[in-house]
Ligand binder design. Structure first.
Ligand code: NAD
Ligand code: WQD
Length: 339
């Protein structure tokens, strides 16, 4: 583990937590980010949290020349690829922009890795690649069929990476399918900083608890679940970050292959259960109203997380209470995110 790790999207929500965990594990890190959905302030906070300056490159992952230079200059031997666009709803209105950034960005990265002689890659995939309506829990061999341009961009990249590995055994690749990452670093210094109205449940609840929004709209109260609200597999962002460190160890230890692996807890939690847990953690009421179902939502979605345990010796350790406590600490210390 002499080489450095290039973290694309390293100032984003999950990438920034991964940087902290990589440095903690003794890795040399170079973060690259276009700041399309993040702030330069994150680099300073990462330096503060890790006790050393962060090597940060402001640039676009589609800039092949820049990527080759960065990998050569820093002696990179592995890449964690978080950079991309991630809003499912937005991807329906701007599909080509999503394919450009997510598929085009991954293709450019692969070309640059090829040019720099780097062959170890961890790709940020998503539970959204699984077909709707299948049996729970989702195993890695469950049917795949993403329901949005965003999801398809993830699926295309996964398939491209499998084809790449089949064509050239020098590559070792892990596609990590995250379920619902939530929470923040327990220091309250880094966390999720959505622009505008949050799309996701926990950031929205955080803004209701803090009084920035009046009430949560619960999208659907008539699902076939215990309390009628949607059930998801929420997983602490630091557990996700640790999963990357373990996956990298695995790729170094066991060498080749291309694997797709779920990162989740294996536990389903409903919208109302999450809301109650957040009320407990924050000591604040979270008013809500039941609204119509959101288009494209499924009733239930959770992981079988046993493959990650088997291959990486990883499992999510943090509870739903910790997810809410850490989200709340971040929210109170940074009511406007990084702005
Ligand atoms: P994020 O938006 O916070 O982080 C992505 C980072 O990539 C941002 O800092 C952004 O500025 C940067 N970026 C975007 N396009 C870029 C480009 N062309 N060049 C360089 N940098 C670029 O999102 P996140 O929640 O941290 O997600 C990270 C990855 O994980 C994404 O690929 C996302 O699709 C995937 N993912 C996220 C979730 C989730 O719920 N957050 C779930 C599953 C998968
Ligand atoms: C969770 C639950 C909503 C907001 C999304 C992406 C997925 C992945 C993770 C990237 C659902 C309900 C939400 C609100 C609500 N991202 N909800 N009121 O939809 O499971 O997954 O993020 O890869 O691809 O689709 O997460 O947090 O939006 O919703 O009632 O204001 O909360 O209906 O049941 P989702 P979410």
């Amino acid at each position: 583990m002499d080489g450095a790790v290039l973290v694309t999207g390293g100032l984003g929500y999950i990438g920034s937590h991964a940087c902290v965990e990589l440095v903690r594990a003794g890795r040399r890190v170079v973060a690259l980010d276009s700041l399309a959905n993040s702030s330069a302030a994150v680099a300073e906070r990462l330096a503060e949290l890790t006790g050393r300056p962060l090597s940060f490159v402001h640039g676009d992952v589609r800039d092949i020349g820049l990527l080759i230079r960065v990998m050569r200059e820093h002696g990179v031997d592995s890449v964690l690829h978080f950079a991309g666009s991630k809003a499912v709803g937005e991807s329906v209105g701007r599909p080509v922009a999503y394919y450009d950034n997510n598929v085009g960005g991954s293709m450019a990265l692969i070309a640059a890795m090829h040019g720099a002689g780097v062959r170890r890659l961890i790709f940020s995939s998503s539970a959204t690649v699984y077909a709707r309506g299948g049996a729970m829990p989702l195993v890695e061999s469950s049917a795949l069929d993403a329901g949005s341009p965003y999801g398809r961009s993830k699926l295309f990249v996964e398939q491209m990476l499998f084809d790449l590995r089949a064509s050239d055994p020098a590559w070792s690749i892990a596609c990590l399918r995250y379920f619902n990452p939530v929470g923040a670093h327990p220091s309250g210094r880094i966390g999720e900083s959505p622009r505008g109205v949050p799309n996701n449940l926990v950031p929205f609840i955080a803004q209701v608890a803090s009084g920035q929004r009046e009430r949560l709209q619960v999208f659907g109260g008539d699902y076939d679940t215990a309390d009628g609200t949607g059930v998801r597999d929420y997983v602490h962002v630091l557990d996700i970050a640790e999963g990357h460190v373990r996956a990298l160890d695995y790729l170094e230890r066991d060498g080749g292959g291309c694997v797709a692996v779920n990162l989740g807890t294996g536990q389903g939690v409903s919208v109302l259960e999450m809301l109650r847990e957040y009320e407990r953690a924050s000591g604040r009421p979270v008013p809500y109203a039941v609204a119509p179902r959101r288009a494209g939502d499924v009733a239930r979605c959770w992981a079988d997380a046993s493959l990650a345990q088997r291959l990486f010796d990883w499992r999510a350790r943090r509870s739903v209470a910790q997810m809410c406590e850490d989200s709340w600490r971040w929210q109170c210390a940074n009511p406007d995110g990084y702005r």
